[in-house]
Design a protein around this ligand. Structure first.
Ligand code: F6P
Length: 510
């Protein structure tokens, strides 16, 4: 049903706007810059440089209504089992807002508040200790969110701790990261919802040995018995719950390292910003609902214009990790090709998400954005008021941001085709007054809600990730063979690769 709805809605507009140019759409509609923009708290969003007109926008809004987006958001907040393959609600919103009266949502909100009280106690204990450095050991959602936020909020750090992130199972990560630290003054937080993730358990064991015991070992997990069996004292284990997906979890005790970096007040302000976006997403009419319009624009670009990738370009060095964070949020949530009933979706879903900070990226991949054969839609993100005194640098940063969105949309014709710019490359511009805990919380929540809205439109489950399991299983089976055991390996190519690895090891040992 969703597929037919999307096709039937988009097709006539895609045909009508087949040869439309963004520059002409802007030229023909004097009020477009204002009318294609929204202001939500400290956030300004402009869709004026998308390749669609008012008629299409109205049709997209009607599509959102027909696909029951507002009702789907109500269901999310009420704790309905939206993650059907794992038979769970996805109540990350309950970690920061109380916008539902259902028992399950209220209970989740109360559990989250209780866990925050315990987290604040542990933050206070650590602040009163000799510890100077914190190592967050985790991967995926147990790493990317906290890492992004700690890095983005460096201007708001209390300065009490240096916070480090140990992620990769590659031993070089542990080797180099721990080399500069003093085990007597370091505490480690093992963050794993399942406490069964290979990378985190191996790195956790390395860190536990390096610390010389578990006295300064903390854990955040939904599997408390496993964390305790690993050697973490029960009073240093903070809870997680199966109703929070890993990539939606930075608002829970998974954000312990954030609270250590910016203090509990900073952490609460982050949650308050997200709560503001939650209220907007749940309550604003669809035509003025930023996450829903962002999602509908994404579906337009993917399914009507056939654009297969999406770039995220923060013009703020502090948001340099945002593309990596969004890669997991978007691609693990929307990288699905079947519906919960097992039927093929019948439309393209997730775009490949990538990106990097401006202006650095201008001197690397922007050439392809301007003159490559593929049209790559982009989200540009800018911050109006900087947190540094270098006014000329900031003026240059903002002028580059504005220049790039203009150049991509309008293009430029030169006599020499090599020096011509086709233009007509769509972008959305998001502007923050300033980057602080509150605005960052709202920005991240905007993307979470946009992802959910897209999943509803495509009829897919945004909250499971079965696609990552097969590789994990095979890696587990191959581990003994890589370690040198004589075990049968069925796949002939893998067998040949193992032989090659063994031969090279033997040559080196000689
Ligand atoms: O590999 C995928 C994944 O399950 C992610 O969804 C998750 O964020 C990550 O692994 C880490 O999982 P955990 O927090 O259970 O260690």
């Amino acid at each position: 049903m969703a597929v037919r709805l999307i096709r039937d809605t988009l097709a006539p507009h895609a045909r009508r706007l087949d040869s439309a140019r963004i520059a002409d759409l802007v030229e023909a509609d004097a009020a477009r810059p204002q009318d294609f923009a929204l202001r939500i708290g400290g956030l300004y969003a402009s869709f004026a440089r998308q390749r669609l007109d008012r008629e299409t926008r109205d049709a997209l809004v009607a599509l959102g209504e027909a696909a029951a987006l507002p009702q789907a958001f109500r269901a999310l907040f009420d704790g309905v089992t939206v993650n059907t393959s794992e038979n769970r609600p996805a109540l990350h919103v309950a970690l920061r807002s109380a916008l539902s009266e259902t028992a399950v949502a209220r209970d989740a909100h109360a559990q989250a508040a209780e866990a925050r009280v315990r987290m604040a106690e542990l933050v206070a204990q650590l602040e009163a200790s000799d510890v100077t450095d914190i190592v967050n050991v985790g991967i995926g959602g147990s790493d990317l969110g906290p890492r992004l936020v700690v890095d983005a909020l460096k201007d708001f750090g209390t300065g009490r701790f240096r916070v480090h992130f140990l992620t990769n199972v590659d031993g070089s990560d542990a080797q180099h990261r721990l080399a500069k630290l003093d085990p007597a003054k370091t505490a480690a937080i093992l963050v794993s919802k399942t406490f069964g993730t290979q990378e985190t358990l191996l790195n956790g064991a390395v860190v536990r040995d390096w610390l010389g015991g578990s006295e300064r070992l903390y854990a955040v997990s939904a599997n408390v018995p496993r964390a305790e069996a690993f050697g973490v004292a029960p009073e240093r284990v903070l809870p997680m719950w199966d109703w929070v997906g890993g990539r939606y979890s930075l608002w829970s005790a998974v954000g312990f390292s954030i609270a250590l970096a910016v203090g509990m007040d900073g952490f609460e302000a982050l949650l308050a910003g997200a709560a503001e976006m939650d209220a907007h997403a749940l309550q604003a009419p669809l035509a003025g609902n930023l996450p829903m319009l962002h999602a509908l624009t994404g579906v337009w670009n993917r399914n009507a214009l056939g654009l297969a990738t999406h770039a995220v370009l923060p013009y703020d060095e502090r948001l340099a990790l945002l593309p990596a964070y969004l890669q997991q949020l978007v691609m693990e949530s929307l990288g699905k090709s079947v519906t919960p009933d097992g039927e093929a979706v019948g439309l393209d879903t997730v775009p490949v998400l990538w990106g990097g900070p401006g202006t650095n990226s201008q001197h690397s991949f922007f050439q392809a954005l301007h003159q490559g054969t593929q049209t790559i839609p982009a989200d540009f993100i800018g911050v109006v008021n900087p947190a540094h005194p270098h006014a000329d640098n900031h003026a240059a940063l903002l002028s580059n941001l504005l220049a790039q969105t203009e150049a991509l949309a309008n293009g430029y014709s030169a006599d020499d085709p090599q020096k011509s710019y086709p233009g007509n490359r769509p972008s959305t511009l998001l502007l923050l007054d300033r980057l602080d805990p509150r605005s960052l919380g709202a920005l991240i929540a905007l993307y979470e809600h946009s992802v959910y809205a897209q999943s509803v439109l495509w009829g897919i489950n945004a909250f499971d990730q079965w696609g990552v399991e097969l590789g994990k299983r095979i890696a587990g089976e191959l581990m003994p063979a890589v370690q040198g055991d004589d075990v049968a390996v069925a796949d002939p190519v893998t067998r040949a690769l193992l032989d090659e690895i063994r031969a090279r090891r033997a040559r080196r040992a000689r």
